[in-house]
Design a protein. Sequence first.
Lengths: 261, 533
Amino acid sequence: MLHAMTDTGDSVPALRLRGLTKRFGEVVAVNSMDLTVPQGSFFGMVGPNGAGKTTALSMAVGLLRPDEGHAEVFGHDVWSDPIGAKSLIGVLPDGLALPDRLTGREVLTYLGLLRGMDRETVARRAGELLEVLELDGAEGTAVVDYSTGMRKKITLATALLHGPRLLLLDEPFEAVDPVSAATIRTILQRFVSGGGSVIFSSHVMALVEQLCDRVAVVSGGRVEAAGTLDDVRGSQSLDEAFVHIVGARTGGAEGLSWLAS
Amino acid sequence: MAGVLTEPPAPTATPEVSLFRVLLEMRGAIMKRRSATPKGLAGLLALLVVVLLMAVSTLLAGVAHYAHQGAGADVVAVLTLGWLLGWIIGPLFAGDDSTLRMDYFKLLPVPADRLSWAMLGAAFADVSLVFSLVAFASVTAYGLRSGAAAGCVGAVATLLTLALAVVSSRAAVCLLGPRVSSRRGRDFGTVVIALAITAFSLASSLVPLAAKILTEGRSPALSATVRVLPSGWGAVAVAAAARSDWAEAVLVLLALAALVVGITATLPALLRRRLTMSTRAGSRTRVRQASQSRPILPTTPFGAVVGKELRLYSRSMMRSVSLMIAFLVGVFVCVIPGLSGAKLMMPFAGLGFAAIAAACFTNLYGDDGTALWLMLTNPPTAAADVRGRQAAWALLVGPLSLVLTVVLTAVSGERWAWPWVLAGEPALVGGAAGLTVWISALSVFPPAADGGPTPQRQLKVNLSLILIPLLTLAPAALPPVLGTVGHSAALRWAGVPVGVVWGSVLWWGLGRLAERTLTSSGPEIFARLRRTG
């Protein structure tokens, strides 16, 4: 098993989780989790269903109060200094509602003004985001009528609008068509090459291998392995390394003899 | 997996198995599971008692004696209309055909005609039809009072009306079903429920009026209307038989039978359309594009929230219909008695509207579901959110309520009411602006899995309907009460400034409390929304 990576150099990490714990009754969803995401990294968080990825990310962005531990964004504690932390992050949660009777542009305008940005800046950035994310063809459509891919894209736009330094994305590629996924991927790569940091959770190992320079394998509420991609996967593929680290058994080979091709 | 390639594919359809029997078994299993819990069983028993009472009282209305000639037929026709509407609207209450949902059959390789007949058969082989049979037998009872022959005509009419109810209900499910299962359609289902509740509350003031008019024979137009509708044909046939006008009786019964056959014949086509229809067909709305700069609202977080809220009030069906219902109920309950001369209530229509409009919006954060994440992941915006929601609600409800109050008080001629209603207006609108956000922040009830409101949410709305007028109006009503008792005009009018001050205090103070609650326990509120939402 590999150990959670340590800080690189003197720079403050983009995100640092220390001893983060969350229990739901008897179940420990996140168990004293430590994780460091260095600045400028493209960080993938992988793990089986129910591993605690969403719970950990929720605590890191201020959506879920931890029972124990700390989450820091560029040195600002998310829970004791929320203004400092939250003005630096952009969040894409999985499956949460938006004011969905508004159009994409209206959602962005509303959120920009809510963040205290001036109207001209909001209008300019909203226009650019809608165009780059190819949502400008749906100007008259309310978000409630968007497809899943369009919803992901408009939520990504809300995360990018204020120019954050760290993006936290929960399953950004889930149920997204290949074209939209490619668009999202390109935007995230541009964001990182421009000095931004990204942490995202995913089930798709190939995607994580292709995009990320760092990766953490989460299972049973703990970080089982973390570090650079090569550290974690060694000589195997990430897929194989994942199954090995998580200790899972792949099923599906027995029975079903009647299942004709 | 060697057998995979060698075994033959399973048969795709089993015509020898009666589809009808399968449907019956399936429904039986679903019903059994549903009434298996003590709560489900208690609910079922309560429903049985209520429906049985309604059916028996309908039957008794057919037996009763009415002084006015022909009033019996009118009353039976009206009650039959009520039951028939129940059959048509009922499935919408359940969100679709509640037990045998059409969507279960979408992918089956069964022709729509066969499925249609099987489903119709299953609909007829339903024990709960007994209640409707008892109710529709009121026309038989009405006929028996004029002799055995008219009774026989009534019995045929009863059976035909029951058949009409069943086939109309199937047709309604096919026609309205698709909207009910789409995301926007659930809006529609919610709206139908809301409208039905409204109709019931309005009926409490309208039905006595209509019954009185019909039994006294005061309105030939109303009487003609209820007889022209298919629900009234049975009564018309019996009335004709009672006059020994056999030709008319038989013709009307034949017309009723033809209608049943006609609707039945369209069912397979309707079912085919329903099964192949996209659930989103026709449900999209194009939002009118506003011009780029519309600087009516301030370019601040507060202005942003007001703008968003005002748009939601006009675009979210649940919100706009709640406002409409508040308006209709508030106005009608106070104005309908005025039609028969009792104008005492008319000045209070504006206050009634504001009170209902307030109660409907006491679950703002719950109704928005998990959208609260936007507030939690942004730097602190609770203050702007609370103040913006208060302002948007007051902007919509306040002016309209004031106009209603002024116009209807003037029209009613109840001059004594002026100091009362003018003291109540600022107290209620201002106070409710505070109470709506405070109650919304204190307790959140997220939408049910199907997007509709939960019973707990409705209970909260009903309690708020009592609480909000009490808390806001009591202090403002005190000076008018004292002034009336002490015969002091000055004291009576002192209620107006008291109302203004009290309304402002509640608006500001409760808004501040709501803001604190959201700031201190935002993540806990969000957790409740996420768990059940």
